[in-house]
Write a protein that binds this ligand. Structure first.
Ligand SMILES: Cc1cc2nc3c(=O)[nH]c(=O)nc-3n(C[C@H](O)[C@H](O)[C@H](O)COP(=O)(O)OP(=O)(O)OC[C@H]3O[C@@H](n4cnc5c(N)ncnc54)[C@H](O)[C@@H]3O)c2cc1C
Length: 383
């Protein structure tokens, strides 16, 4: 695979081919940004987000009236694919939040919030997990109490693992609004401005040196009724929409990157076949199979999206496949190319470390298996 081969060429329709050529021309004139020494990852990604947006490369499948380009999921896939093939950082990871806002916001909220989210004027984070409610999200205890006059809520509680909250303007926040009602029908979503009185964000440093995670403390935070997203009790379906898109195989930029890394592994095998243990040859073989399965899967999901089918519980299958492919690939890369540990400031090692988190973020692998068992295979918990 060369730098300009992309795995998801659908025998592209003419306009998609034009779009790919336009993006390549734009990238030639707008070189990829380099992360400055000591620059936080979130700030680097934000600079890249703004640069991509200035070229019209964010939100391709979002309607034009909300700041997107009104094209299809296939166009979005093609852009993601091209960016991965030239080792660019991916498209901003806002697609899954944008889908949730598109589906649940009022028309006024969509028009106000989405264009600024797509442009990067407002940075968003996701306030779902809590210290006692990660896998068991429905067990969350953050509580939004409606005022006696009904005009606002007072929110109290704590969120955890809120990625890049310290760089964010808004949080898509989940809180319980009725302690007596069943868990799944008593959760409500809010678009919370993070500069609101009573919000405290405390960053945590991870093993890769990044300050991605935060704790978010909410202490009598006043939230207006028109900052609620959807109706009271819509929080659970909104959360499921969000994670179904988050787990979906459609962020194809990572596939192009896997393809490039895989090609380096194959080259190494060809050139040093005799010096490498047989176990490594089979490990690379397994990575090739994982990669081909993922490509086939991403094609299938793209076709489904084009046919108007929303992401559903089958995204859990994608998430498991992506996790396995990514973790095996980086483990194998470190064994086959040990010098990669230190090249480019240890970039591949950093990706290896981050790949370990794939079996946790967006819902752990055990939880994905539970979802597949219950919702796709309809197995009861006793079987
Ligand atoms: C890189 C990264 C970014 C993240 N970003 C965000 C973010 O921006 N916003 C946000 O809200 N959250 C975020 N998270 C949190 C993430 O969604 C949670 O970590 C995840 O849902 C697991 O929850 P937990 O950590 O509380 O683990 P727990 O729920 O405590 O689980 C601990 C272990 O028990 C297992 N387990 C739990 N219940 C079951 C069960 N019923 N059956 C079988 N096994 C079970 C789990 O699989 C896991 O191995 C992020 C996490 C990571 C790693």
């Amino acid at each position: 695979m060369t730098d300009h081969d992309v795995p998801l060429d659908f025998g592209d329709p003419a306009d998609l081919d034009t779009l790919r050529r336009e993006l390549r021309a734009w990238l030639a004139e707008h070189p990829l940004p380099r992360r400055r020494h000591g620059e936080p990852m979130a700030e680097f990604l934000h600079r890249w987000h703004r640069q991509l947006h200035s070229g019209g490369w964010v939100g391709l499948d979002v309607p034009e009236r909300y700041g997107g380009r009104g094209l299809t999921a296939l166009h979005q896939v093609a852009v993601s694919d091209e960016l991965g093939a030239c080792r660019a950082p991916g498209v901003p990871r806002i697609g899954y939040l944008a889908h949730a806002l598109l589906e649940f916001c009022s028309e006024e909220q969509r028009a106000r919030l989405l264009p600024r989210m797509l442009s990067g004027d407002d940075v968003w984070c996701q306030g779902f997990s809590e210290p006692g409610a990660g896998s068991d999200l429905a067990g969350m205890s953050t509580y939004a109490r409606r005022s006696a006059d009904g005009g606002h809520y007072l929110v109290n509680g704590q969120k955890l693992w809120t990625s890049y909250a310290q760089y964010s303007d808004y949080c898509l926040l989940l809180a319980r609004t009725d302690r007596a009602a069943p868990a799944h029908s008593s959760i409500t979503a809010f678009a919370l401005p993070l500069n609101r009185a009573g919000v405290t964000v405390r960053p945590l440093r991870a093993a890769n040196g990044d300050d991605e995670f935060c704790e978010l403390f909410l202490d009598d935070v006043r939230v207006a009724v028109d900052e609620r997203v959807g109706a009271e009790g819509d929080g659970w379906p909104l959360a499921m929409t969000t994670v179904n898109y988050e787990r979906n195989a459609l962020d194809t930029g990572h596939l192009s990157k896997y393809g490039l890394l895989l090609e380096r592994l194959r080259r190494q095998l060809r050139e040093h076949r005799g010096a490498l243990p047989d176990g490594l040859v089979s490990a690379v073989g397994r990575c090739v199979v994982d990669y081909q399965v993922l490509v086939a899967h991403a094609r299938r999901r793209t076709a489904e999206r084009l046919a108007g089918r929303a992401a559903g519980p089958e995204s859990s299958v994608d998430k498991l496949l992506m996790t396995r492919a990514e973790q095996r690939l980086y483990e194998t890369a470190l064994a086959v190319l040990p010098e990669e540990l230190h090249r480019d400031g240890g970039a591949v090692y950093g990706e290896y470390l981050y790949s370990r988190a794939a079996s946790v973020y967006g819902g752990t692998s055990q939880i994905q298996r539970n979802i597949i068992a219950k919702r796709l295979l309809h197995l009861s918990s006793a079987s």
